[in-house]
Design a protein around this ligand. Structure first.
Ligand SMILES: Cc1cc2nc3c(=O)[nH]c(=O)nc-3n(C[C@H](O)[C@H](O)[C@H](O)COP(=O)(O)OP(=O)(O)OC[C@H]3O[C@@H](n4cnc5c(N)ncnc54)[C@H](O)[C@@H]3O)c2cc1C
Length: 480
């Protein structure tokens, strides 16, 4: 039966005010597609609540009227999780107005924020108190903490600080129907019953809307050393990672794999991007170590900074052992930014390269080299000339193993999507990995998730979903 939208619109206006309800097609458009513009959907309107009470009233209305609700933060997710389907019973809830920092507690070293706070703003608020909120990803200027929590985002510094789940002490959540669950806690220890907080982290908006969170803060590093190394191969890069961890006392904060294909692609679209070293081999590694110890900020008697010395010694020994072919270490902030520039430009350059199959896999490090080579052989067999853009957070065993169309354009590229998907699924299973390391499931990976997750786990997930959202109105068609 066609939906009579008028009473719903009127009720929403009573909750948030007309100014906070987006109804015009051209204004709604950016909320109805994802960052990569791969998915498209419909929504009665886009509603922008200002606080938890308004979210609660909207979810009460949604349950009464059988409206599906799609929570949306910064809309930078890469799996179509924040995009509605094409149905007419959808309502996108944008958290962009819920952007207040509720409290910075320097004694507990926590920050309590509303779900719509942009990640970069949280980082700046922590910085203003000389503390660090370490979650960091390329979308930091746009993504919101509610989205980060709901995808359990990873990013560049997981190797040292963990992913979003590990950075979170408490959450506040509104359930379908409007009930508010106050799980905001500053406690590191709390063994009172089931851990409800962790249910909502990584749930991609399918169990409720996160409205606020209490996050952990850390001492700010006093010194950082950043290096770029041309590697013999992936196994050499893994050995280098372990050596860096040992030499720095476990203080590697980033360890990124950069294949030549990616570096060439970035320089193709951004030719002014400087190369950190002159000869780029098949694989390079971007390494960053940091320390909060006061002495790390003081130069040695010969003028060298201690962390730079540590990294230089590790790299020199690795060169002697044939693991590293060439390397450079940044000696100031400009050089550090130069080293990071290629990595930061990678996602944009990939989009410019044309059609692509994207993945976000994690593989035990002992299998990473074999996985990389097997996947390259298999992908090239499916489509000769396909470009292998397998890069990313090697330190966490997580690569974005993306396949870009050959230089000679392939209008039929997406006809091979399922073949690439099957190949990836088979190899991830063979090497005991995961099909989603940090981006989530959304709509994009739902089929492969449902066909690979073990049936007992799926059954438990479905029971939880049915208990919290019996009418299946919370972000339907995503995850389970
Ligand atoms: C250039 C670029 C680089 C990136 N790099 C990384 C990276 O290194 N690591 C990484 O993990 N990701 C990365 N991403 C992906 C993306 O930024 C993350 O998934 C991010 O956490 C999404 O946040 P968002 O606010 O944009 O969420 P959205 O895209 O708006 O939503 C993502 C999911 O969360 C749900 N959701 C949003 N807000 C709420 C809420 N308040 N309550 C309940 N559910 C909610 C949505 O329904 C959807 O399912 C990158 C993306 C881009 C564009």
């Amino acid at each position: 039966m066609p939906l009579d939208q008028t009473p719903i619109i009127d009720a929403l206006i009573r909750i948030v005010g007309a100014a906070n309800l987006v109804q015009q097609e051209q204004d709604k458009a950016r909320y109805l597609t994802d960052w990569r513009k791969q998915y498209q959907g419909n929504s009665i309107a886009v509603v922008k609540p200002a606080n938890t009470a308004e979210v609660s009233a909207i979810l009460k209305l949604a349950e009464e009227q059988n409206i599906a609700v799609i929570p949306q933060g910064g809309n930078t997710g890469l799996c179509g999780g924040a995009t509605p389907d094409l149905g007419e019973h959808n309502l996108v809830i944008s958290t962009e107005r819920m952007n207040h920092i509720r409290e910075v507690d320097t004694s507990s070293q926590t920050i309590t924020v509303e779900a719509g706070c942009i990640l970069d703003h949280i980082k700046s608020a922590a910085d203003a108190h000389d503390l660090l909120f370490p979650l960091d990803l390329g979308a930091r200027g746009t993504c919101q903490i509610g989205g980060n929590l709901s995808t359990n985002a990873g990013g560049l510094n997981v190797i040292r600080y963990g992913n979003t789940r590990e950075l979170t002490l408490g959450v506040e959540v509104v359930l379908m129907g409007g009930k508010v669950l106050s799980l905001l806690s500053k406690l590191k220890k709390d063994n009172t019953g089931y851990d409800l907080r962790d249910l909502f982290i990584g749930a991609e908006g399918t169990l409720g809307i996160i409205t606020a969170a209490t996050l952990k803060l850390f001492p700010k590093p006093i010194a950082t050393a950043t290096g770029f190394a041309a590697m013999r191969d992936i196994e050499a890069a893994i050995t280098l990672l372990h050596r860096c961890q040992a030499a720095s006392g476990g203080n590697v904060i980033a360890f990124e794999l950069m294949p030549k294909t990616i570096i060439d692609n970035v320089r193709h679209f951004y030719p002014d991007t400087p190369l950190p070293i002159s000869e780029i081999p098949r694989f390079s590694a971007l390494i960053e170590i940091a320390s909060t110890a006061e002495d790390s900020g003081k130069p040695d008697h010969d003028g060298t900074m201690p962390l730079e010395k540590t990294l230089t010694e590790v790299l020199a020994k690795a060169m002697e052992d044939g693991l590293v072919l060439d390397a450079t270490i940044a000696s100031n902030l400009t050089q550090r930014n130069t080293i990071w520039q290629i990595r930061e430009l990678t996602p944009e350059s990939e989009i410019k390269a044309g059609k692509a199959y994207k993945s976000d896999i994690s593989i035990p490090l002992k299998h990473m080299a074999a996985f990389y080579d097997d996947a390259e052989k298999a992908a090239t067999a499916i489509m000769p000339g396909v470009r292998i853009f397998g890069f990313g957070h090697l330190g966490d065993g997580n690569l974005h193993y993306n396949l870009s169309e050959p230089l000679e354009k392939r209008p039929d590229f997406f006809d091979y999507y399922h073949a690439f998907d099957d190949m990836m699924k088979t190899l991830v299973e063979k090497y005991e990995g995961s099909i989603s390391a940090e981006h989530g499931i959304g709509q994009k990976k739902r089929d492969v998730f449902l066909s690979t997750k073990d049936p007992a786990s799926l059954e438990v997930m479905r029971s939880i979903k049915a208990a919290l959202d019996p009418k299946n109105l919370m972000n339907p068609g995503k995850v389970v």
